[in-house]
Design a protein around this ligand. Structure first.
Ligand code: NDP
Ligand code: MG
Length: 382
């Protein structure tokens, strides 16, 4: 199956790997978008000849327009550009590889246009999962996960006709670079150490989320939304080797798992070709050279971000949007050397305490919760 892609966030880690998959597997590229990475957007445009290239930042878009003046590529800017790329008629599949809640509106635009969504942007489901899944059902838009754990679950569920047969989803976590450390040790870790993930190479924000284990909390909520599962039927296990990408336990006690090397090309590719499988660029896994596979309980006392996320998963409403917005703001401050590692959890907790809770929020309530959460973080960080 050859697809025509619109890649939102083409300059990022997932975006670049999507282009690698597209090149090897022969998918066409109709649109690419970046925020400010114009050099890369120019190189990608020359190589893949999309109809549309978007730089959200106005000045970056002006630069990109000059750079691509000798080509047929149309250049747009701002939110309008992003929404046009998300809904463009030439594309049948939209890869949502933007980081953060900035991906929410374009994901909704792609759903409204009835596209297949290859969803990497987990923050969208964390903030507005119920709304997004309901809209996708209404519009008949397929949402296929790119996140490796959710892709693993999706793969294990193939052939399962009755979701009632699923007893539990089991999400694996690498444990991140600070696995086994206590709070005192965590108070001393540096940004450089936090940016070194043991198994995966990813964008800066998700790498920090993996170090705090917030990433696993966001993925827990993402799994609840994608698979309509209550929190008590999802388990997180630490699996240091990142070989088993996640598992599904069925009512008869059988557990199915998906294994593979730590290479995002496979889940990206499957989100494009599902239900078909084709050969692609992903590194194969050699079982004979695998280390022994281990499974352990996560340390919820030390990794406070994960326990906060699990509390929000139970609570629902605007709490997950507050959790996400506060985390995005706090991670931004940590990356800018303004706060320490443990301040991330502290600031997220403060925001959760301060921002008023609302059950059954609409889209505007969600954006307001996100804004208020960021403001609470900036105020408390001063
Ligand atoms: P990166 O930081 O590497 O890339 C982010 C992309 O989004 C870039 O193209 C960036 O453009 C663009 N972008 C950033 N801010 C905005 C904005 N405000 N508006 C529009 N575009 C913006 O992130 P990743 O590729 O690592 O992650 C992308 C998403 O995929 C995240 O939600 C992450 O959680 C998820 N994910 C990532 C995995 C991975 O292995 N990397 C694995 C599983 C999920 P520019 O370059 O111009 O800044
Ligand atoms: Mg993941």
């Amino acid at each position: 199956m050859k697809r025509t892609l619109s890649i939102l966030g083409s300059s990022g880690s997932i975006g670049r790997q999507t282009l690698k998959v597209a090149e090897v597997c022969g998918h066409k590229v109709a649109a690419i978008t970046v925020n400010r990475s114009v050099e890369l957007a120019e190189a990608q445009s020359r190589r893949f000849q999309p109809k549309l290239a978007v730089a959200v930042d106005e000045a970056a878009a002006a630069d990109l327009r000059t750079r691509l003046a000798d080509t047929e590529v149309k250049v747009l800017s701002g939110q309008e550009g992003l929404l046009e790329a998300a809904a463009m008629p030439e594309a049948d599949t939209v890869v949502t590889a933007i980081v953060g809640v900035a991906g929410l509106r374009p994901t909704l635009a792609a759903i409204d246009a009835g596209k297949r969504i290859a969803l990497a942007n987990k923050e969208t489901l964390v903030c507005a999962g119920e709304l997004v899944m309901a809209r996708a059902e209404e519009k008949g838009a397929e949402i296929v996960p790119v996140d490796s754990e959710h892709s693993a679950i999706f793969q294990c569920l193939q052939g399962c006709k009755n979701r009632g047969e699923v007893r539990r989803l089991i999400i694996t976590a690498s444990g991140g670079p600070f696995y086994g450390k206590n709070c005192k040790e965590l108070s001393l870790v540096t940004k450089e150490q936090a940016l070194k993930h043991p198994n995966w190479s990813m964008g800066a924000k998700i790498t920090i989320d993996s170090a705090t284990l917030m990433n696993k909390g966001l993925e827990f909520i993402e799994a609840m939304r994608l698979y309509d599962m209550p929190p008590e039927r999802i388990q997180i296990v630490v699996h240091r080797e990142s070989i088993v990408h996640s598992l599904v336990e069925f009512e008869d006690g059988a557990i199915l798992a998906q294994l593979g090397s730590a290479d995002m090309c496979l889940p990206i590719q499957y989100a494009l070709t599902w239900p078909e499988r084709v050969s692609g660029p992903a590194k194969p896994l050699d079982l004979l050279s695998c280390p022994p596979l281990t499974f352990q309980k996560p340390d919820l006392d030390t990794f406070r971000c994960l326990s906060l996320a699990l509390e929000c998963a139970e609570k629902g409403g605007t709490s997950t949007a507050v959790l996400n917005g506060a985390n995005e703001a706090a991670v931004g401050l940590f990356l800018a050397d303004k706060i320490g590692f443990l301040d991330i959890a502290r600031l997220v907790e403060t925001a959760l305490d301060r921002v008023p809770f609302q059950s059954n929020p609409g889209l505007n309530n969600i954006f307001e919760a996100d804004r208020a959460a960021r403001e609470a973080v900036y105020q408390s960080a001063r």
